[in-house]
Every structure is written in C-alpha cells, then in structure tokens.
Design a protein around this ligand. Structure first.
Ligand SMILES: [Fe+2]
Ligand SMILES: [Fe+2]
Length: 288
C-alpha cells in the first residue's frame, strides 16, 4: 500500500541535514512531497533530488523562500526571481519530479472517506505582506515587524525580477493557481494542496517571533482549503511541526528545520509525515 509522505525545510546548507539525507531509507512504493526550503543554492536542489529520486516512486517539489534567494549561486551569479524558479523547475523536470508547473496527478493509494479521486497539487503562492493585524497597512508591515528587531533575510535576497515587487509576483502566482485549481473541481474530487507558506494567516503562528508572520503568506489564499475541496494541506516555513484538523481538512506543517530543531541522531526518516492514507489521530495543535 503506497503512502504519500511529506517533508519541508531540509536546509541542506547545514551539514547534518545533508548527511541525514544520505542515510534516508528507501521507500520504493511511496511518494514524497518536498515542501520548499531545500537550500539556498541550485546545487542544494540538485543534491536533494539526486538523493531522493531513487528512494521514492514519485517526488513533488515546491519552492520556498530560501530556494528563491538570488546572488548566492556560484554557477548562476545574478540569476534572480522568475529565472531562478524556472531553472529549478527545469532541474525537476530533468529528473521526473513534479512541480507547480505540471498537471496535478491522481493519488493511486487509499483515499480519505468520501473521495472518489484525490489529486496532488503542488502550489507556489509566495507572500505579499498581507499577514498582519487589521489595523496595520500592508506597506507598514515590514516596519511593524522591524520594531521588534525581526526582519526576514528575504528583504535582501529574495528578488522578484522581472516583477516589480514580491507582492506583484505573489498576485500573479495566485491568479494562475486559482484558475488551475478551479479547472479540476468536480464532485468527489479532493485535493492535497502543497505550498511552502501557510494558506491562512491564523496558521502563521510563531510564538517567539510573532511579527515574522509578515513573510508567511497571503490573505488571497484564505478559504482555499474548503473552496477547492482539499482533504489535506501540506506546508512548512514555520519550522514548527504540527498536525491538526480545521473545517474537516487535515493541515500538516512538515518541516525538518535547522539542526537544533530536530534530533539529528534519530535520522530524517521519523520526520517524514504520512499524509495519505489518513492514519494519525489529529487534534488541535498537535506537535511533532
Ligand atoms: Fe525554512
Ligand atoms: Fe521558508
């Protein structure tokens, strides 16, 4: 019986994370979702895909903010924004890995109750500074966070070229994605939605640095989990592993994180979250 597994935030710039990947068991029947932040460089993505491709029957990849950083690649100095994303999509395609630019594929294994068909949908939505309290304007959000000494390094490294801003890139991505999700809606069809950033502002829950929510998503995706009939939503970025249910939809934050955020001696296998078949009891705020 195949399983749909997920992990994010492998951050392969960190040696224990890269070493852990090399030790991962083989899961020939299973599919694996890689939900963004593989690393900062194109080489990191190549290393991850080359390690994981022989170990799983199918791989899915979506970009995280780190994957999109500019001016960090020795072999691609100056590659920015959409160009870097497209290079990564091409790297995935060379290896048969599915991306947000590919048709959604049907899950062949056991489905959640009521689903006649489950499609796996990798998304790339980015963020647009709309996660903040209502009394803060989007254009003031970065300053509001900076008041607490918190500014995401994306402000230096994540370039939106050729879009004029990250907000504009996010808007374009959301329009493209919304249209594609609408096209596959059908009675009995449920979706596994995969996006590096959480789809809901209330999920941008960061108790130690609450204002970092500014870099965690877009209000444009509010309600998509019910509107587009998701059975599961898979995300990362927060580096706070959680599983819980909302509106009958299972949400999983599946990050590995930096070496201090996981038990390196256990290896990476225990951090692969099972998405399908649904197996794990969930309750609000379950921590992993
Ligand atoms: Fe991350
Ligand atoms: Fe991230």
């Amino acid at each position: 019986m195949p399983r749909l597994l997920a992990i994010s935030d492998l951050h392969l710039r960190h040696r224990p994370n890269l070493a852990g990947l090399a030790e991962l068991a083989h899961h020939e029947d299973d599919w694996l979702i890689i939900a963004g932040d593989v690393g900062d460089k194109l080489d990191d993505l190549a290393a991850a895909l080359d390690a994981l491709r022989p170990r799983f029957a199918r791989l899915f990849w979506v970009p995280g903010n780190h994957d999109l950083w500019s001016d960090v690649d020795a072999d691609g100095a100056g590659i920015r924004g959409v160009d870097k994303y497209e290079r990564q999509v091409a790297m995935c395609r060379e290896r048969g890995v599915l991306t947000p630019e590919d048709p959604y594929v049907e899950w062949p294994g056991a489905r959640p109750p009521g689903a006649e068909r489950v499609l796996v949908a990798p998304l790339f939505l980015l963020y647009d500074y709309s996660f903040h309290p209502d009394e803060i304007a989007d254009e003031d959000a970065v300053g509001w966070s900076a008041e607490t000494g918190v500014v995401c390094a994306d402000e230096m490294y994540l370039r939106p070229d050729p879009h004029p801003s990250r907000q504009a890139w996010c808007a374009a991505r959301c329009q493209y994605t919304e249209r594609r999700l609408a096209e596959v809606q059908a009675e009995g069809t449920q979706l596994v939605l995969i996006n590096h950033w959480p789809l809901l502002q209330e999920l941008a829950w960061l108790p130690r640095i609450p204002r970092f929510m500014v870099w965690c998503g877009t209000r444009r995706s509010a309600g998509w989990h019910t509107r587009f009939r998701a059975c599961n939503v898979v995300y990362g970025h927060l580096h706070i592993r959680r599983s819980f249910e909302r509106d009958g939809v299972r949400f999983d934050e599946v990050s590995l994180g930096y070496p201090k955020q996981w038990q390196v001696e256990r290896g990476i296998d225990p951090y692969l979250r099972q998405i399908l078949p649904p197996n794990t009891p969930t309750w609000p705020g379950r921590r992993w």
